[in-house]
Design a protein around this ligand. Structure first.
Ligand code: FAD
Length: 331
């Protein structure tokens, strides 16, 4: 029998609280642990992070490993990799989950290599195979045009999970759990990178990655004036504005709004795609949306193949009426 047991979630923290991906991973991890009849644990790494243990417990963790050290204030590959390796050696989990975030993308393949196993990146579905008890990992391939389900023969089985692909459990502050403090001696001389400066991307309103509603515009919007109308709809629905690549390339909107293969990956409850064709590169960033509504004058546009609801017509005529109706319903 394998000496590996349980599910371990790497919880990212920012500005004194767990990030949304951490709570989603705890939700996913608790389903997997339940199916295996094993326990869910979490690891939180950073400086002054001990206070976050109870939050991870409230979201489902039975045990939380805390590695709290001023040297771990910033994410740096060398130090975090050393810490994660040590935590895994101590906890021996069968499954490790991380977010498909900047940190997850950097840390996961290196961790898998150190642990002599494999990792599946960017999963949108995870379940336990009832027969083999291995973790089945679903991920999009070919720019979102197909999905593959794969499993890893070696333990620990490691996966990164796309943001908003899994749901967090309801927070329950009455949950009890164990907190384990781990000390890892880090030799500063082994850290080959240094954070020189930090620039926080300014975003007015709701961040794209956190938005439950996204109103996204394409080349057919034609310019900045058109995007103001999209902003009005987004504001009405308490959402955010996104874009395909051409509006960013044309500087109608900032690059940070680009959704797709070379932009952001989003999975809102509602994605309203206005005057964009639905290229595979764009869809790979938004195909995880729960409901897609497309507005396009071309009935053959690819976006209609993935849209749940469609409006065929000129957005300049359809959008004002759509926004007015939304205002009426919301009001
Ligand atoms: C390596 C690589 C990476 C890429 N990464 C990305 C990425 O991350 N994100 C991304 O979006 N793209 C990406 N692209 C570009 C991608 O291939 C497409 O070119 C792009 O998504 C097209 O954007 P669009 O749908 O806005 O424009 P178009 O394909 O030109 O579509 C415009 C649509 O607007 C409709 N339209 C025009 N006028 C109106 C109107 N008045 N009313 C209603 N509808 C109207 C048209 O019918 C058409 O369907 C990438 C490409 C490559 C090669």
């Amino acid at each position: 029998m394998s000496e590996y047991k349980g599910v371990l979630v790497y919880c990212e923290a920012a500005e004194g609280k767990l990030s949304s991906i951490a709570t989603e991973l705890l939700g996913a991890g608790s389903h997997l642990a339940g199916e295996l009849g094993q326990d869910l644990s979490a690891v939180i790494i950073g400086s002054n992070v001990s206070g976050l243990a109870q939050e991870a417990i409230a979201y489902g963790a039975k045990k939380v490993y805390i590695v709290d050290d001023p040297l771990l204030k910033d994410y740096l590959t060398d130090s975090y990799l050393t810490v994660m390796e040590k935590v895994v050696q101590q906890s021996m989990p069968q499954i490790i989950l991380l977010g498909q975030t900047q940190i997850g993308r950097d840390l996961t393949p290196r961790l898998a290599f150190r642990l002599n196993t494999a990792a599946t990146m960017d999963c949108i579905g995870l379940e336990i195979d009832p027969t083999s008890k291995r973790m089945l990992q679903t991920k999009p391939v070919y720019g979102g045009n197909a999905q593959v389900i794969q499993f890893c023969e070696a333990d620990p089985q490691i996966a990164t999970v796309r943001s908003k692909a899994m749901a967090a459990l309801a927070k329950d502050d009455s949950h009890q759990g164990e907190v384990v403090n781990i000390t890892v001696s880090i030799d500063p001389a082994t850290i080959r990178m240094k954070v020189l400066d930090r620039k926080i991307e300014e975003a007015a309103g709701i961040k794209l990655e956190d938005a439950r509603v996204i109103v996204s515009g394409g080349r057919g919007i034609g310019g900045t004036e058109g995007f103001k109308q999209l902003e009005e709809l987004a504001e009405t629905l308490k959402g955010a504005v996104g874009a395909s690549r051409p509006p960013c390339d044309n500087k109608w909107v900032p690059d940070s709004l680009q959704i797709g293969l070379t932009g952001k990956i989003v999975s809102p409850d509602l994605y309203i795609a206005v005057a964009l064709s639905g290229s595979s590169q764009h869809l790979s960033g938004c195909s995880g949306s729960k409901v897609i509504v497309a507005m396009n004058k071309d009935p053959e546009a690819n976006i209609f193949k993935v849209a749940h609801y469609g409006i065929v017509g000129d957005w300049k005529k359809a959008l004002p009426a759509f926004t007015a109706k939304c205002k009426e319903l919301v009001g």
